[in-house]
Design a protein around this ligand. Sequence first.
Ligand code: HEC
Length: 401
Amino acid sequence: MDSGYLIECASLLLRWMHVIFAIAWIGSSFYFIWLDNSLKPPVDPELIAKGVGGELWAVHGGGFYNPQKYLLAPKKLPDELHWFKWESYSTWLSGFFLMSTLYYSQAGVYMIDANSAIRTPGAAVLVGIATLVIGWVAYDILCRLLFTRSQLLFGVIYYAFVVLVGFVLCHLLSGRAAFLHVGAMIATTMSANVFFWIIPGQKKMVAAMRAGQTPDPIHGKRGKQRSVHNNYLSLPVIFCMLSNHYGFTYSGELPWLTLAIILLAAALTRHFFNLRHKGIYKWQYPLAGLALLAVVLVWHAPKALPAAQASAEPAKPAATTLADIRPIIDSRCIECHSEKPTKMPTAPNGLKFDTDAVVRANAPKIYQQVVQLKAMPLGNLTGITDAERAQIGRWFEGGAK
Ligand code: HEC
């Protein structure tokens, strides 16, 4: 079987799994934060005597549920305990394999662009993997240093660190690889929190109780600190993972600043939901988040300038036909968008511009991607010029004949 087709199949299956695992993980994280913030102290003396510190009644799927949280732990542990860990590990594993299939095996196309400082695929992959490791080590040191300090202070310092990583990556790699790796770095940190701290801490607590000792509350506190961080990081990570489909975010002016603003908006929005679970409505947070997003959207809106200039020109250049832009398509697009692409395993999005019919049928998309958003050619790997973009623009505006 064709190797390009195999990569396409692997990517489909991995992406599908990755999204499913991530829903299971982040869904349970959202649920537990909501549950924790919504618990009410029990009134039933029996529950209080059992050591229950908070409880809640809920109805879901035709049944009534009454989760109870113990202040420290029940007097006797049941034999069977559910552990929430594979949701996280499987999300990380599927994500890493997906990133390897798409980015690391095609680093020359996806991780490097006309402006990236790194020029070889091998070096780009090294930078990518190093980012994941450095991100975790730096976070972990910061967490230990600030364990007993304000978590707001922690948040401010960690945010500055993430922005710095984004800044450096946007200079070293293509914008889309930089955004994806900031997301992968944060997501790796979240999974490492579960693997290195939350689960081992819980294991120590359970072992102490099974041995008849009182567990050290420090394990619970550490686990809680990191679990709350994971919760705040979830929305920023999801943006980074989706950003690759929205070229204007990573290929516009100052992409690192765009990323910094959007990540802040995402964390502020999460903060609103966390407070809301406690019955506190601080609308200033999501409104500030929306305002920040509005700044980004307005900032990157395609500029009307070239069109205005064109109409001010005394003599309009002769209308352009497909025959006039065919050489541009052949030299700038065909390496990826054709029956037999040379830069990619298969034609992306199934777009093969070998025939005129396909080019005409996709004229609005071509105009949007090449002229308005400048997202194509990908990373401008084929070196399209502004004059050529303008010519494609005239072809489309003249009716795409
Ligand atoms: C280096 C490879 C490469 C080159 C060169 C390239 N593209 Fe693409 N193109 C892609 C990839 C990959 C995608 C899939 C979308 C994505 O991953 O961002 C894509 C997607 C598209 C889309 C679909 C966008 C959508 O939302 O459906 C259009 C239209 C497009 N390219 C047009 C062009 C045109 C026109 C050129 C030449 C001027 C070109 N591309 C050159 C790689 C390339």
